[in-house]
Write a protein that binds this ligand. Structure first.
Ligand SMILES: Nc1ncnc2c1ncn2[C@@H]1O[C@H](COP(=O)(O)OP(=O)(O)OP(=O)(O)O)[C@@H](O)[C@H]1O
Length: 258
């Protein structure tokens, strides 16, 4: 069983902590969704969890190993990150861009092989970009690039997938595609951490939800316990009202205009 566990994780850009004493846990086959208002520290937390920021305080344990002590090649075989709003500006084709993501599996003297190519093809199908396989990355739309970045993370065949607002540039159809992919990856045993601005996405895919509150506390609990009108209205400091949809068979959260 693979796990990511933090113990009193804190991080400061300057003097005061941006994230403070976060105790978070996610295991193989689970989806943890991080919610919080703009500027609260979701990306900061994600950058700590994925090893981008190593000057954190407290601990981050990946399978009982302290994250900052794991060498980068080993880490890339365990964990993959989909960063927020990365603008890929390369003239590589989608296929070559994803194939490059396999380079950490080879020595500097060996080339990606047929198996890598088969894997990349299957991931292009998973993200639904078959028609763009040989298109230059720089000629893709923002949403297509976002899907390509998810593909680039998947070619690492990670045990833990961390995604910062992976659906922010996507239309409804592609949001559903990504959320279904998240569900199917978790069923395959991958642990997933993702941030979003949409609590409805959490009700669709999350086993547990972590709320980054304005008083710098972090509350994590199972989705149906932690997500309610009171907790979300407090989180976003605006009235949020849920209604149970018989058609969707779940609560749908909406914002009140007053
Ligand atoms: N490189 C940096 N140096 C100093 N402060 C930073 C830096 N990056 C972010 N911050 C600050 O840290 C705080 C948290 O930012 P972060 O990007 O983690 O928030 P977020 O919850 O992801 O926001 P959003 O939902 O708007 O993307 C913000 O106040 C931001 O201004």
């Amino acid at each position: 069983m693979f796990s990511l566990v933090t113990d009193n994780l804190s991080f400061a850009y300057k003097d005061s902590n941006t994230i403070d004493n976060v105790n978070l846990k996610v295991e193989s086959g689970q989806v943890l969704v991080i919610l919080g208002p703009n500027g609260i520290g979701k990306s900061t937390l994600i950058n700590c969890l994925s090893g981008v920021f190593s000057k954190y305080k407290g601990s981050i344990k990946l399978d009982n190993d302290e994250l900052k002590k794991i060498d980068s090649k080993k880490l890339s075989h365990k964990l993959a990150l989909v960063s927020q709003g990365v603008n890929i500006n390369t003239n590589l084709s989608l296929f070559d861009y994803l194939l490059l993501g396999r380079s950490s599996f080879h020595s500097i003297f060996s080339q990606p092989n047929k198996n890598d190519e088969i894997l990349v093809d299957s991931i292009i199908t998973k993200i639904g970009l078959e028609s763009l396989k040989f298109t230059s990355m720089q000629n893709m739309s923002g949403g297509q690039k976002q899907l390509a970045n998810i593909g680039r993370a998947l070619v690492q065949e990670p045990k833990l997938l961390i995604m910062d607002e992976p659906t922010s540039a996507l239309d409804y159809k592609n949001q559903v595609k990504v959320l279904k992919l998240v569900k199917s990856l978790s069923k395959q045993g991958i642990a997933i951490v993702m941030s979003t601005h949409d609590p409805n996405q959490a009700t669709m895919v999350a086993d547990s939800v972590g709320l980054l509150m304005s008083n710098k506390t972090y509350n994590q609990g199972s989705t149906n316990v932690i997500l309610n009108d009171q907790s979300l209205s407090k989180l976003y400091q605006t009235p949020i009202i849920s209604t149970f949809s018989d058609d969707l068979q779940r609560n749908v959260f909406g914002i009140e205009m007053g």
